[in-house]
Every structure is written in structure tokens, then in C-alpha cells.
Design a protein around this ligand. Structure first.
Ligand SMILES: [Fe+2]
Length: 273
């Protein structure tokens, strides 16, 4: 007998693991300003790649301080973001660029922020993306407390790159009580930085210590897994609720200059390889 529409079992939809409308809060997309693209053409290629991956807004975060000294002033970053926006409109790339910075840890940051020399994420004054050295751990708590008095919260960029934190990831859990967020790199979550970095990232997300996932992209990199691939990986391992907070809700909050919420506990479901 021919199966009728009403007698068929309802088709089960696969879980939605690819999200559109991402905000990328850490990206080196401005041309000729740091170790990102060297020309406007390369920057447009990178932005086209980001847009194709479902990203609709990107916070440009050129390096500030550290080895870049005072080369990338706030005024220079803002002007470069405006120029890139104009070029993207002309090229028909549906991506909005906002100014920001990846600021190397430095005890002068509060004074430089007050003097408008370093740029907060989306230029909102609410979150500062802080870069730590990879080989040594400089505790960011003292700086975070000083910035909190100015209404600015610290988000530590890619802590999984910091060797002392990889050796003892629980040290970063204590920062949660200080209002410090962790930004993980999408590439780390899909294994590009090795299995231990991936497992530590999943551990921090599962413990509610990591707030945001971003690309930290430096070039066009066609074919390289991006935010959507990492979103799928986190959805699979820790569930959609955790993934949506880290990839969608919290980046949107950063964009709007609102306080970020730590991802919900993943019920310690365990990391599945
Ligand atoms: Fe970066």
C-alpha cells in the first residue's frame, strides 16, 4: 500500500549547527597596519571569506602596544576601519567593520585608555581585548581591577596559546570571579593548534570560563575552517546552548557594549573525541 502523508513518521530535522549572523570580535582585517593583510585587495578577500562563513560584522583588532609600540594609534585604527568599510561597500561585500584593538598587556593601559590611545572592542569602552605573552604568564587580575574602575572589562585573547595556562588551565577559572572573559580561537576548537589546545578550549567552555569564540584571522585563507566549523564542533561536544552563547549571544553583547554572560555549564557531559 502506498504510504500516505499522514501515516509517514514525522521527518526528524537534523540539529541546526550552522549559524548565520556571527559577529567576529577578533580579526586582523585592516590592511597594512599589522601582521594582517598587506593591501586593501587582500583585506577584501579576507572579508569576503568571513562573510561567506556567515559573519555579518567584524571588529577589526590590529595589534596595539608590545612590538607595535605606539604605531597603531586609536585615530589611525578608526580611520582604517572607515576606509575598509567604504571599500567593502564598493566591492559589494556584506560585512560591517568596527574599530577595536588587540592590546598587549602593559601597565600603562588604563592611562592610555583614558588618553584615547588604545581602542576597546567596537569602540564602546566596555571591553578591552588583552594579549598575553605565549611563553610566560603575566597575571592580568591587577590590570583588570584597575580597568573595571573605568567601566572596562578585560577579555583575554586566545589563552590556549599561553603555555603556562595550557599546563594548568584551572588558573584561568579563578579569573572568572574578576569579570575577566576568555576569547578562544575558532581554529583551536577544530584542532588546528593540536589536540591538547582543543581539549583545553572545550574544558573552559564546559566550565563556563570562556565567553567568546572568534577567528583571529590574519588573511584570506580560503578553505580553512572558520567560525561555522567551530560552532558545529562546540554544538556537537557541549550542546547548542553553550555554542549559541559563545558564538552568537556574547559576541553580539560585545558589539553592543553590553556585559557578557559566561556560557552555561554544559552539565559536564564530558569531552567526546
Ligand atoms: Fe590576534
Amino acid at each position: 500500500m502506498e504510504e500516505t502523508r499522514s501515516s509517514r513518521p514525522p521527518r526528524r530535522r537534523p540539529p541546526r549547527t550552522r549559524a548565520r549572523g556571527h559577529v567576529d570580535i577578533h580579526c586582523h582585517c585592516l590592511p597594512a597596519i599589522d601582521d594582517g593583510p598587506t593591501t586593501m585587495g587582500e583585506a577584501i578577500v579576507l572579508c569576503r571569506h568571513l562573510a561567506a562563513d556567515g559573519i555579518t560584522a567584524v571588529i577589526a583588532t590590529p595589534h596595539q602596544l608590545g612590538r607595535y609600540g605606539d604605531r597603531n594609534s586609536a585615530a589611525k585604527v578608526r580611520a582604517a576601519a572607515g576606509d575598509l568599510n567604504d571599500a567593502l561597500v564598493a566591492a559589494g561585500v556584506p560585512l560591517r567593520v568596527l574599530p577595536g584593538g588587540e592590546v598587549r598587556i602593559d601597565e600603562r593601559i588604563p592611562e592610555l585608555l583614558a588618553a584615547d590611545e588604545v581602542v576597546t572592542l567596537a569602540d564602546r569602552g566596555r571591553h578591552l581585548l588583552l594579549e598575553l605573552p605565549n611563553e610566560a604568564l603575566i597575571n592580568p587580575v591587577g590590570l583588570a581591577r584597575r580597568l573595571a574602575l573605568m567601566g572596562t572589562a578585560v577579555i583575554v585573547a586566545h589563552p590556549e596559546r599561553c603555555a603556562p595556562l595550557r599546563a594548568d588551565p584551572d588558573r584561568a577559572l579563578a579569573w572568572l570571579d574578576e569579570g575577566i572573559g576568555l576569547q578562544l580561537s575558532a581554529a583551536s576548537l577544530v584542532g588546528d593548534a593540536g589536540s591538547s589546545a582543543r581539549e583545553i578550549c572545550l574544558y573552559w567552555l564546559g566550565e563556563g570560563a570562556a565567553s567568546v569564540v572568534a577567528t583571529d584571522a590574519h588573511g584570506g585563507l580560503p578553505g580553512r575552517p572558520g567560525l561555522s566549523a567551530a560552532f558545529s564542533a562546540v554544538s556537537r561536544h557541549l550542546g547548542l546552548t553553550v555554542a549559541r552563547q559563545a558564538f552568537l549571544e556574547n559576541p553580539q553583547r560585545v558589539l553592543r557594549g553590553e556585559e557578557i554572560a559566561p556560557p552555561p555549564m554544559a552539565a559536564h557531559a564530558g569531552i567526546r573525541a
